[in-house]
Design a protein around this ligand. Structure first.
Ligand code: SF4
Length: 240
């Protein structure tokens, strides 16, 4: 798709020629289907989805992605990748995590922040995976969220990347940018997840997360969004 360089504000923001709408749950806007389509087309052009996860892990050891995602809370992916490179060398199996002195796990994950809680989550999850799931990562969201430190965001990362199950991951970038684009009015991540599941086609669920994260890092930066450079602004698709 060729995105024309039109100046912002030529058309009232958020309006489209196509009057059809996608409905979402109470408290959320009725989002015109044409608007959703245009947003997704722009994301595909700006940030082609390559399926590569931002977090590094050994694909033969899928539990590593779960652990890396637990560590990514309030931490950058770059920092997590630095930490897990040595963490997974020192503790190469779930059994190693389960029996490790908690102080050595804490030391190993210290630079990711909240290191005591995170070390505890890793060890408890390792024990639960061994005790309840035969050392295998479950794909069921209720089973995943029964693990320690695993909420819906972390569970959906695993479901999307490991099991290729359509999943909407709602992190801080997805919350912020989705609201600005008018795709939800909710602030609660679970409500936002359900809003996005209703208005986005399933094929877009996994790409949308990574594309919005990239846009949130490069353009729609939390503290100082670069609206003057943003195509969603020039296309009249953002309420700001
Ligand atoms: S950078 Fe500005 S125009 Fe672009 S999505 Fe963010 S708030 Fe909207």
């Amino acid at each position: 798709m060729n995105i024309p360089k039109t100046p912002g504000g030529e058309r009232p923001r958020g309006t489209v020629r196509d009057g059809s709408v996608c409905t979402s749950q109470p408290g959320s806007p009725q989002v015109p289907r044409a608007k959703v389509k245009r947003i997704l087309a722009i994301l595909d052009e700006l940030y082609p989805f390559d399926g590569v996860c931002f977090l590094d892990y050994d694909h033969a050891q899928p539990w590593q992605l779960l652990f890396a995602t637990i560590l990514s809370a309030q931490c950058t992916d770059a920092r997590v990748n630095q930490v897990t490179a040595s963490l997974f060398r020192s503790f190469p199996t779930l059994e190693a995590f389960a029996v490790a002195p908690i102080s050595s796990l804490e030391e190993a994950v210290r630079s990711t922040g909240f290191f005591r809680a995170k070390a505890n989550h890793l060890q408890t999850s390792a024990k639960l995976l061994l005790a309840n799931f035969g050392g295998q990562l479950p794909s069921d969201i209720d089973q995943l969220t029964s693990l320690s430190g695993v909420g819906r965001k972390t569970a959906n990362v695993v479901r999307g990347h490991i099991f290729k199950l359509p999943s909407v991951v709602v992190d801080t970038h997805v919350m912020r940018v989705s609201r600005k684009l008018g795709l939800t009015q909710n602030k609660d991540p679970v409500k936002i997840e359900h809003d996005l599941m209703k208005i986005l086609p399933k094929a877009s669920w996994i790409p949308y997360n990574q594309q919005i994260i990239t846009h949130g890092r490069l353009v729609c930066v939390a503290r100082s969004p670069k609206c003057g450079e943003c195509v969603f602004n020039s296309q009249g698709l953002c309420g700001g």
